[in-house]
Design a protein around this ligand. Structure first.
Ligand code: 1CP
Length: 355
């Protein structure tokens, strides 16, 4: 394509013909592409080594560390895509929300958002707030060459859950109390988070990310009617806002079997599926026109090589009729996963699906 046909300036066209982007676009692929949610991080000894003495949020703000950590699983496992090393709370920290990521716990927020005046904590995000992200992605795309980089962000509901609860939560009771008890404040909160999330994704795409994933990790806690009424408009706003870039938009949540159709309607090009719903059934729920991503149970990697292969064959068989399939786990890599099991899994999927 000539320069004038480039969808937007800065897209690394070297990645266009990668198996990962082809699968996202539902085009024929040389092999089923593979990457893993949370592929960087605690399962890798080389990650633990470079992170020594550096806080989680601080490491997300250091382009040299972000570049190294993002590349580690690509080097080790030969995955088909890299995912930018960051966290869903980074854009909130960047606009000044008082929060930290506590080791062994996760994100903790100093002043939970529960009343209208608490919304003042959330101002708009500008590219200057996250200049370290732009810098890191610039370094990364140079190093990655033809391997695509996936940018990501937390979806409004999942971000709201951390902000309203004040930290990780099992039942999301404060979040649901606000959603049911003050629908207008809830809608305003989600709308503000949608704008912040959109701005954060745009920064990553403009810096060179070839695809994005919107993580609505905890939205599976909701019934479909509540999702449709109270969450879908904000997620749709985010996905719509990045549509003009033309990069694939992946949308994923845990325990979202009952929400797959609605989450797809919110605007994804690729629906991420957790391990509780087989991919052929997921395709029926999502409907035509979308690729699927998933969905080996991450706990299977603790079993025997034989069992891993058998469960992988099950996933591939369920995916055989799909328009496009990106192989992944049904949620993130568990921290104590043996790294070699991941390397062997990539090799197995590549060999098994070679066309
Ligand atoms: O010190 C450490 O190593 C902290 C552990 C850690 C790591 C490695 C956290 C804290 N975040 C991350 C990086 C991270 N977070 C990545 C990049 C790694 C990769 O994929 O290669 C990504 C994509 C995230 C996204 C993220 N953070 C999500 C969505 C993905 C998912 O797993 O559903 C969520 C929900 C978070 C919040 C969060 N941050 C960290 C933890 C332990 C948690 C979860 C806490 C909880 O259970 O609520």
């Amino acid at each position: 394509a000539g320069a004038g046909e480039t969808p937007f300036q800065g897209q690394p066209s070297q990645t266009y013909d990668s198996a990962f982007l082809k699968a996202c676009r539902r085009e024929p692929v040389p092999h089923t592409p593979v990457w893993f949610m949370r592929q960087a991080g605690r399962s890798l000894p080389e990650y633990r080594k470079v992170r020594e003495g550096t806080q989680m949020l601080e490491s997300c703000m250091r382009p040299d560390l972000v570049t190294e950590i993002t590349l580690q699983p690509v080097r080790r496992h030969n995955v088909d895509a890299a995912i930018f090393f960051s966290d869903i709370v980074v854009p909130l920290k960047a606009i000044g929300v008082d929060l930290d990521i506590k080791p062994g716990v996760g994100p903790v927020v100093a002043q939970p958002i529960r009343r209208r005046e608490d919304l003042a904590q959330l101002r708009d995000l500008t590219p200057e707030d996250v200049s370290y992200v732009t810098e890191a992605i610039g370094m990364l795309t140079g190093e990655l060459g033809a391997t695509p980089l996936i940018g990501f962000a937390g979806a409004p509901f999942t971000l709201a859950s951390y902000l309203v609860e004040g930290g990780p939560s099992k039942n999301h009771e404060h979040t649901k109390a606000l959603m049911y008890g003050d629908p207008q404040l809830w809608a305003d909160l989600l709308d503000r988070l949608a704008d912040i999330t959109s701005a954060f994704l745009k920064v990553q795409i403009e810096a060179g990310a070839s695809a994005i994933q919107l993580f609505d990790s905890w939205v599976g806690a909701l019934a479909p009617a509540d999702y449709r009424r109270s969450v879908m408009p904000a997620s749709a706003k985010v996905l719509e806002s990045v549509a003009p870039y033309g990069v694939p938009r992946i949308h994923f949540g845990v325990g979202t079997g009952e929400l797959l159709g609605l989450m797809g309607e919110a605007g994804a090009d690729v629906m991420g599926v957790d391990y509780r719903v087989a991919l052929d059934e997921a395709a029926r729920r999502v409907g035509p026109g979308k690729a699927l991503q998933g969905n080996l149970d991450p706990a299977v990697l603790f079993s025997t090589e034989e069992a891993v292969r058998a469960k992988t064959d099950e996933v591939l068989a369920a995916a055989s009729g799909l328009e496009g399939h990106v192989f992944n786990l049904g949620h993130g890599v568990l921290p104590t996963t043996p790294p070699d099991a991941l390397t062997r899994l990539v090799e197995y999927v590549h060999t098994r699906t070679a066309r």
